[in-house]
Design a protein around this ligand. Structure first.
Ligand code: PMP
Length: 482
């Protein structure tokens, strides 16, 4: 047995000794997972679960190459980065080689929160400003400073509230957000949402303050698996830079090939979109705590010029770097980015078909293995089917499939599986989801179509049509801007 005590004893000790704010998944009947492999997790009774949400186990749970790299390095040396070590420089140079110029200077840290905290510090040092623009519903981590820029946390009823140096821009959600594709047929929603950021920059200046940074995930995950409209980021980045601020892309969830067509999600929007700082985490260590900040030589120099040393006890230790190097190696060798594209396209196509039969599906959106299924009680009014989403998550678990729900109304089923997810996994997932949705499905009198948003990436060359998002009728949702 892989257990050291019965499940009820584990629950008893956890209740007694672990802070109750650390919530369990499937609270009423939590899972006790004792081992995992690839895209599967196993409980204490050896039941197999298909893991559709673990974007940390990026190259598959317990990938043997990654495990071996960590074990071998751990047996040799683990120390801080004040000593020279090949693993660190190999890790940094490989990360830099995967990013566009001038993103080439790395700081290795231990978590996504630490990465975003350091990104803010870099931005504040470089711009000498303090004001930060963040997106509504965003989550960037659990540190005090990062909670301050995470409306998802500070806006909770007992949250710490919005600080005066924090400015919240609308989430560019064309399905449920401030500007919806259905209401603005002839307008470029990317431009419209970006105008709101421009206005915030103006307001900051009007208050006699300066813009420090704009931070956003390149695809909003906690916000409900959101695909921002084409032209959003180019315009936002321009407005923010014109106001003297810098642009931070949080790729903690969506980086390392998940989007299929590119290594980084910000690359979906065109070659001219290059953030000033990128933060990486989760998939980077395949479960081992490691994260990074990558920035430009210019911003790194401003930080250096303060004369203050940056020391992080564990950041960049040889074990974490060995593991990260193995992860990058496996992504490439096993063609996992390409797999994400192939399997993700199949998943989206199958979900589109399912949406034709299951009326509770209001929107299907995604790119690569980053997919959201928004459940609604009414397709016209778009009333969030929150309780139904909860029911689906729990029923899927009974059928041995792990998914979760998110978004401001907690009605978006999200999929972000390990990148080794297969076509068969998709077929199994969709057929089980179909049966479970039947339990909560609704009838419509009128024939209304679900919406489907898919970013067909611009594939490197500039000038290619950026506005190829289509709905399920094949009509473009966005007006072409260039
Ligand atoms: N950024 C994003 C987008 C995240 O989703 C998370 C974690 N959910 C973080 C940052 C923080 O990462 P960590 O939990 O490793 O501190």
């Amino acid at each position: 047995s892989l257990e050291q005590m019965t499940k009820s004893d584990t629950i008893r000790l956890r209740d007694r000794y672990i802070g109750q704010s650390c919530k369990l998944f499937y609270k009423s009947n939590p899972l006790k997972i004792v081992r995992a492999e690839g895209q599967y997790m196993y409980d204490e009774k050896n039941n197999q679960y298909l893991d559709c949400i673990n974007n940390v186990a990026h190259v598959g749970h317990c990938h043997p190459d990654v495990v071996r790299a960590g074990q071998e390095q751990m047996a040799l040396l683990s120390t801080n980065n004040r000593f020279l070590h090949d693993n660190l420089v190999l890790c940094a140079s490989r990360l830099a080689s995967l990013l566009p110029e001038p993103l080439s200077v790395c700081f290795l840290v231990n978590s996504g929160s630490e990465a975003n905290d350091l990104a803010l510090r870099l931005a504040q040092t470089h711009t000498k400003n303090k004001d930060v623009i963040t997106l509504d519903h965003a989550y960037h981590g659990h540190l005090t400073t990062i909670i301050d820029i995470s409306p998802y946390k500070f806006n909770k009823p007992n949250g710490t509230g919005k600080k005066d140096w924090v400015h919240v821009a609308p989430c560019p959600d064309v399905y449920r957000g401030k500007y919806r594709a259905i209401d603005y047929i002839d307008e470029d929603l990317g431009v419209k949402y970006a105008e709101d950021v421009k206005q915030i920059c103006k307001d900051i200046k009007a208050q006699g303050r300066g813009v420090c940074a704009y931070i956003a995930e390149s695809l909003m995950s906690v916000g409900g698996q959101i695909l921002p409209p084409p032209n959003y980021f180019q315009n936002v980045y321009r407005h923010v830079r014109e106001a003297g601020g810098i642009c931070i892309a949080d790729e903690v969830q969506v980086g390392f090939g998940r989007v299929g067509t590119h290594m980084w999600a910000f690359q979906l929007y065109g070659e001219d979109i290059v953030p000033d700082i990128v933060t990486l985490g989760k998939p980077m260590g395949n479960g081992h705590p490691v994260a990074a900040v990558v920035t430009t030589p210019e911003i790194a120099r401003s930080f250096y010029n303060t004369g203050i040393e940056y020391f992080n006890t564990y950041g960049g230790n040889p074990v974490s770097c060995a593991i990260t190097n193995a992860v990058m190696e496996v992504i490439e060798r096993e063609g996992l980015q390409e797999n994400a594209l192939k399997v993700g396209n199949h998943l989206l196509a199958e979900l589109k078909k399912l949406a034709k039969r299951r009326k509770i599906i209001g929107d299907v959106r995604g790119v690569g293995l980053f997919v959201g299924i928004e459940l609604v009680r009414d397709r016209i009014k778009r009333i969030p089917a929150t309780a139904e989403a909860k029911h689906v998550v729990s029923r899927m678990k009974e059928k041995k499939i792990l998914i979760s729900s998110d978004g401001p109304d907690d009605n978006v089923l999200k999929l972000k599986p390990p990148m080794v997810f297969t076509l068969e996994n998709v077929n199994h997932f969709v057929s089980v989801l179909d049966k479970v949705l039947e339990e909560v499905d609704i009838d419509f009198d009128e024939e209304s179509e679900p919406t489907t948003t898919i970013i067909k990436a611009t594939i490197s060359s500039i000038g290619v049509d950026r506005s190829t998002a289509v709905n399920s009728n094949g009509n473009s949702l966005f007006v072409r801007a260039n």
